[in-house]
Design a protein around this ligand. Structure first.
Ligand code: CAA
Length: 270
């Protein structure tokens, strides 16, 4: 077992494909338990949300890439050894699963870079991110049924929203996992890339998002996520409010002035 942090933080992240210095505005978080295929223990999720909260409050950070150490897994689930001895009471009072809810309040966009297994809590973690870059070796699934339980960190809800009821039902009831291409065809991932390029391609994507005006990026993420929380009429009203509010920002003045003056805008996050 490694004795260091369970989640490594590199901010700024290294540039993709070794191109030059660090990647401005992008942080790289790595779940670092390769000996357990990066299983998400209670301490791991706590450390992950703490690191994300710190980055979320840092105006220099514009986008996060989340990955797993090594080449075999993004994360092979919640930690089964830790779960094995739990009771309904210990799970309710332990507070560990509430930590998963804190992922939802992170305003920064998060890109999951998935190689190998993203199973159970690993699949749930990838789906709690905003975009997913999958290596050709990625495997997604919710195998909890084979352990006598069901997904407990959002799998029944997020997988169903991502790929539709009938496909989600089959995967959750049988525990079958799907490869990167099937996941892409089902709408679960943004792109499938050669396995060894996964992290670099995710960093590249994050770099493109980090170059966008940060207040508009946060507003856009919040509004897309509103879809899962609200009916259309309310969602449209919320979107209009957020759109109007951005007209009080310097980035809106700058973005539109730069367009008119045919120059590159400089974003200030104000
Ligand atoms: N929790 C704890 N340890 C895990 C783990 C997990 N989810 N997944 C893998 N490991 C550990 C294994 O115990 C093993 O440790 P040791 O070397 O100390 O024995 C090590 O990682 C390597 O794993 P395997 O030897 O099993 O590797 P494999 O190549 O033979 O199999 C695998 C890979 C198919 C992913 C297999 O490890 C596996 O089935 N893992 C469990 C997947 C799973 O059921 N995930 C759901 C967990 S429950 C959950 O996530 C609930 C929720 O919704 C929150």
């Amino acid at each position: 077992m490694s004795s260091g942090p369970l989640v490594r933080v590199a901010f700024p992240a290294p540039a993709p494909f070794g191109a030059g210095g660090p990647l401005a505005g992008v942080a790289l978080l790595t779940i670092d338990r390769p000996e357990a295929l990066n299983a998400v223990s209670f301490a791991t999720i706590a450390e992950l949300v703490s690191s994300l909260s710190v980055l979320d409050a840092d105006p220099e950070c514009r986008c996060v890439v989340l990955t797993g150490a090594g080449t075999r897994a993004f994360a092979a689930g919640a930690d089964i050894r830790e779960l094995a001895g739990q009771t309904p009471g210990s799970l309710r009072s332990g507070g560990a699963f509430e930590r998963w809810d804190e992922l939802r309040v992170i305003g920064l966009p998060i890109v999951a870079a998935v190689r190998g297994y993203a199973l159970g809590g690993g699949c749930e973690l990838a789906m709690a991110c905003d975009l997913i870059v999958a290596g050709e070796d990625a495997q997604f699934g919710q195998p909890e049924i084979k352990l006598g339980v069901i997904p407990g960190a959002g799998g029944t809800q997020r997988l169903t929203r991502a790929i539709g009821k009938v496909r989600a039902m089959e995967l959750i009831l049988t525990g079958r996992s799907i490869g990167a291409r099937e996941a892409a065809a089902a709408g679960l991932v943004n792109l499938v890339v050669p396995a060894e390029e996964t992290l670099d391609r995710a960093l590249e994507l994050a770099g493109r998002i980090a170059a966008m005006p940060p207040l508009a990026v946060r507003a856009a993420k919040a509004m897309v996520n509103r879809v899962d929380e609200t009916a259309l009429t309310q969602g449209l009203a919320d979107e209009r409010q957020a759109f109007f509010d951005l007209f009080a920002t310097e980035d809106q003045s700058e973005g539109m002035a730069a367009f008119t003056e045919k120059r590159t805008p400089t974003w200030r996050g104000r």
